[in-house]
Design a protein around this ligand. Structure first.
Ligand SMILES: *Cc1c(COP(=O)(O)O)cnc(C)c1O
Length: 414
C-alpha cells in the first residue's frame, strides 16, 4: 500500500466507525433504486426508447419517455430533461427567465445564491443579459446560524413576490444543506403567507440523497444538472426541470422558443446514456456520500474541522474540510489528482478563474469534463483554506483519493 501505517490504521478505524452511517446510506440507495425500477416498469421503458433522433426530432419517443420517467420518480407533474441544457446554471436560469416577467420579484430565502446564479440574477454586479436588465426585482433573506430565517419569511414576501428560490445544497459556503423536512417547512410557510407564490428549489447535488425530492414536499418546481447526481456519472451533459405542468411548460418556451416548447430537440444518440445514468444514480450517489463520510471521519481523526461532521445526516454530497494552510490545500488536491482515473499524472495549480475573487485550486480527473458526480475537490486560496470535495463513481476510488490526499499532507513534513 502506498499509504503510511498510521493512515492504514486510521482507515480501519474510520470504516468500523462508519458502519451505521453506511447502512443508512445503503437503505436510502435501495429505496431509491426501487423507486426508479417501479417507475421504469410503470412507464414501460423499452429498448425502442434508446433509438437516435436528429433534426427537429418531433416524436422522439425516447426523449418523451425519459421525461415521463423523471416526472414519475421525482413526483412531479411534468419534466423537461435535455442535453440542450449546457449546465445546471442553464436549467435554473431557464426556470427564472421562463416564468418571471418585468416587475415580478424573486426572493432568495437561502441568502446569497450560488456564484453562477448571482450572475444570472445580476444584483451583485452588473451582468449583461441578467434578470435585472429585464426588470425583474430581487431580494434575499439572510440565513441565521446556517438556517433559513423562518420567522422573517413573512417580511420579505410582498405583493410583487412571484417566486422564492431555495437552494438545497451548501454550494461552496460553510452552511448546512437543507433537509427535505426543512424544505417542507419552508414551502409550507411561503404558501401559508402567499398561496400562489412559486417555490423554486435549486436541487443541484441533492437528488437521491434522501428518499423524497423537493417537489414531493411542497416545492412547485426544481432544477438541476445531469453531470451531477441524476446523471449517475453516465450522462455526457444536460440538465432537468421538474414540477407543476404549467410552470415546466413556461420554462420549455425559454429553452426552445414560444410555441415550440418541449416538442422539439434532438436527443441524438444520448437517450440510452440518460436512462442508464438515471438508473445508476441512486447507487452512485450512495458511493459519493460514503466517500464524504469517510473523508469526514479520517480528517476529523487527523485533527481537522469538517462540515458536516462524520455521523450527521446528509442533505447533499459535498464535504468541506478546513485545512488551515495554502500548502495543505495544494497537497490535498495533488493527492486527489494522483488517484483520479484521468489526468492522474498532472499536478493541480491554483489559477484565476473567471468570476472568482481569489485563485482557485481544483483536482479533477473525470471522464466527463467538469462532472462533479465524479470524484473532485476544489477550494479558494484564502484563509481558512477550506477544501470542498464531492462525487465518486465508486466508494473504493473515492477512499483511495482521500487517503492519497492525507498522505500528501503527511509528506509535507518530510
Ligand atoms: C452546481 C450548482 C449549480 C449549477 O452549476 P453548473 O456548474 O452550472 O452545473 C447551481 N447551484 C448549486 C447549489 C450547485 O451546486
Amino acid at each position: 500500500m502506498p499509504f503510511s501505517q498510521k493512515l492504514m490504521d486510521l482507515k480501519k478505524e474510520v470504516l468500523a466507525a462508519s458502519k451505521e452511517s453506511f447502512d443508512a446510506i445503503d437503505a436510502i440507495a435501495e429505496a431509491n433504486t426501487l423507486k426508479v425500477l417501479d417507475a421504469m416498469r410503470a412507464c414501460k421503458v423499452a429498448a425502442a426508447h434508446f433509438n437516435q433522433s436528429t433534426g427537429y426530432a418531433y416524436d422522439d419517443i425516447g426523449r418523451s419517455k425519459l421525461e415521463e420517467l423523471f416526472a414519475k420518480v421525482f413526483g412531479a407533474e411534468r419534466a423537461l430533461v435535455r442535453t440542450q441544457f449546457v449546465s445546471g446554471t442553464h436549467a435554473l436560469a431557464t426556470v427564472l427567465f421562463g416564468i418571471l416577467r418585468p416587475g415580478d420579484e424573486l426572493v432568495s430565502l437561502t441568502g446569497k445564491p450560488y456564484d453562477t446564479m448571482q450572475t444570472v440574477i445580476g444584483y451583485e454586479a452588473p451582468s449583461p443579459g441578467s434578470l435585472k436588465e429585464f426588470g425583474v426585482l430581487y431580494n434575499e433573506l439572510h440565513m441565521v446560524d446556517g438556517k433559513v430565517d423562518m420567522e422573517h419569511i413573512k417580511d420579505v414576501i410582498t405583493d410583487q413576490t412571484k417566486m422564492v428560490e431555495i437552494q438545497r445544497s451548501r454550494g461552496y459556503s460553510m452552511r448546512n444543506p437543507l433537509s427535505i423536512e426543512e424544505i417542507r417547512a419552508i414551502t409550507a410557510e411561503v404558501h401559508r403567507i402567499k398561496p400562489d407564490c412559486i417555490c423554486f428549489v435549486d436541487n443541484c447535488y441533492g437528488e437521491f440523497v434522501d428518499t423524497l425530492e423537493p417537489v414531493q414536499v411542497g416545492a412547485d418546481i426544481m432544477a438541476g444538472s445531469l453531470i451531477k447526481n441524476p446523471g449517475g456519472g453516465i450522462a455526457p451533459t444536460g440538465g432537468y426541470i421538474c414540477g407543476k405542468d404549467k410552470l415546466v411548460e413556461l420554462a420549455s418556451y425559454r429553452l426552445t422558443a414560444p410555441g415550440m416548447g418541449d416538442e422539439l430537440g434532438a436527443s441524438l444518440s444520448n437517450n440510452r446514456l440518460l436512462f442508464e445514468g438515471f438508473f445508476l444514480a441512486p447507487h452512485v450517489v450512495a458511493q459519493a456520500i460514503k466517500g464524504a463520510v469517510f473523508a469526514a471521519g479520517l480528517f476529523e481523526r487527523l485533527g481537522y474541522k469538517t462540515l458536516p461532521l462524520p455521523g450527521t445526516k446528509r442533505g447533499d454530497i459535498i464535504q468541506a474540510i478546513e485545512l488551515g494552510s495554502a500548502e495543505k490545500l495544494c497537497a490535498f488536491c495533488a493527492g486527489i489528482q494522483k488517484y483520479s482515473p484521468v489526468d492522474s499524472y498532472a499536478t493541480p495549480e491554483p489559477w484565476d478563474m473567471p468570476g472568482y475573487e481569489d485563485k482557485i485550486i481544483m483536482a479533477a480527473g473525470t471522464f466527463v469534463q467538469g462532472a462533479s458526480i465524479e470524484f473532485s475537490a476544489d477550494g479558494p486560496m484564502r484563509a481558512p483554506y477550506n477544501v470542498y470535495l464531492q462525487g465518486g463513481l465508486t466508494f473504493e476510488s473515492a477512499m483511495l483519493g482521500i487517503l492519497g490526499a492525507a498522505q500528501a499532507i503527511e509528506d509535507l513534513d518530510k
